[in-house]
Design a protein around this ligand. Structure first.
Ligand code: PLP
Ligand code: ZN
Length: 419
């Protein structure tokens, strides 16, 4: 590993995920695979549909592109998520066609599983006494499951009162030691970093470079599903910026290996209430000003993103754009995605809300080929769904309220006839 700030070398079998000299983030140093273009594409194609082993995983199938060892893996398997039409949600976004890559269909319901299989496999290889993460919920759920599979104790730091019900339930159920920290996500992350430094537990946050290796495969699998024809745009929600960083790394590598002929543009979308990356983009990335985050999209409620530097690189290398959207727009986008039969958690819908904004601003053309990444499953945050549908908002009636009835056929008939 190499420090991204001072370039110090750190052995790959170290428990450190930060530079011991300067606290900078570490990067894995790896060379591109010797195979290229068609040879690589055919290799990946022959593995598709494998019933077990590393090839059955939508992460480890692409192992030539990952700086991680694929022996003795902790795998569910994960990935293998569908790339499908957004259906009626395309119209909502103002696109002629729109596709979504549904990462909510991973084993624990979010893309975090892709990084976790790599991170926990590495933790087991290092014989870590415990693994830990700070989390807005999904990382905790994923770590709890993979640590249980690996037989390693898990410690998760969650901001008290700011985590969606489904995620908290998962962390408890999978047996993680769940600490509800009085503070926000950023406070959780600095505490987890301290625990890693002082107590020797292995940190599997998105600052962990092995996590990012796994997350690169969201893009690799998507490109394969596109027949290796790169779309014009890939839109994703942006919080701690691990995914934004990983996507850029994957796209640059896929292009360098001849897997794709051109690099799609990234659209990273934040919530207005937690948009330090979007503000930095607007000022030409001259500086990052952390904010006190406040958005309903808990998975991107982050004010001081850890992977900022490498995410800036991703946006630059992909000629990307960073924008932000209001909470109302996120919830409306979510309702459109849900009503299309796809379903996702609030943060995921930021991608589609961001595309709508970019179409309106004339940055994305209605006939551009756009793929939105849906990062998490609908059932992660059931409270917000029920609230949205049961209650009216200033600008509208209750969306789809459940209706109590007497057990008579007349009541059923009335429901059937209602427009
Ligand atoms: C973690 C997460 C995000 C944010 O991803 P970053 O890599 O932190 O930017 C977005 N959506 C969901 C559902 C997540 O779990
Ligand atoms: Zn350093």
């Amino acid at each position: 590993m190499r420090c991204s700030r001072c370039a110090a070398a750190v052995p790959a079998d170290s428990l450190d995920v930060e530079c011991p000299a300067c606290d900078g983030l570490l990067e894995l140093v790896a060379s591109l695979p010797s195979k290229r273009g068609d040879t690589l594409r055919e290799l990946f194609a022959t593995r598709r549909g494998a019933i077990d082993g590393p090839d059955a995983s939508g992460v480890w199938r692409y192992r030539e592109m990952l700086a991680a060892c694929a022996d003795d893996i902790v795998s569910f398997p994960e990935g293998n998520t569908p790339l499908v039409s957004a259906g009626t949600a395309a119209h909502w976004a103002g696109c002629l066609t729109l596709r979504v890559k549904h990462e909510g269909l991973n084993p624990t319901g979010s893309f975090k599983d892709r990084g976790m299989t790599v991170g926990v496999t590495h933790a087991r290889r290092l014989r870590a006494r415990a693994v830990a993460c700070a989390s807005t919920g999904n990382t905790a759920a994923s770590l709890a499951a993979y640590a249980a599979r690996a037989g390693i104790p898990a410690l998760v730091f969650i901001p008290a009162g700011k985590v969606a019900m489904g995620k908290l339930a998962q962390a408890l159920a999978y047996g993680a030691r769940t600490l509800l920290v009085r503070g926000d996500f950023d406070a959780c992350l600095s505490l987890a970093r301290k625990a890693a430094r002082e107590l020797g537990v292995y940190l599997v946050n998105s600052i962990n470079p092995y996590r990012l290796e796994g997350q690169k495969t969201i893009v690799l699998e998507m490109l394969e599903q596109c027949g290796w024809h790169a779309p014009d745009w890939i839109a994703l929600p942006a919080g701690n910026l691990g995914n934004t960083a990983a996507f850029g790394m994957a796209l640059v590598a896929a292009h360098a290996c001849g897997l794709i002929g051109r690099i799609p543009r990234l659209l990273a979308v934040q919530a207005d209430g937690a948009a330090p990356f979007a503000h930095a983009f607007d000022s030409g990335f001259t500086s990052l000003r952390p904010v006190t985050p406040n958005t309903v999209a808990t998975a991107i409620n982050i004010g001081d993103p850890a992977s900022y530097d490498r995410a800036v690189r991703s946006i630059r290398e992909t000629n990307g754009v960073v924008t932000s959207v209001r909470d109302e727009d996120i919830l409306d986008a979510k309702a459109a995605i849900d009503a299309a039969g796809l379903g996702c958690e609030p943060a995921s819908a930021a991608s589609v809300a961001g595309v709508r904004r970019m179409v309106r601003d004339g940055i994305i053309a209605p006939d551009d080929d756009v793929v939105c990444v849906l990062t998490g499953h609908l059932l992660k945050d059931p409270d917000i769904v029920v609230r949205f549908h049961e209650h009216a908002r200033e600008d509208r009636e209750a969306a789809n309220p459940p209706r109590p009835i007497d057990p008579t056929i007349d009541e059923v008939k009335r429901a059937l006839d209602r427009r």
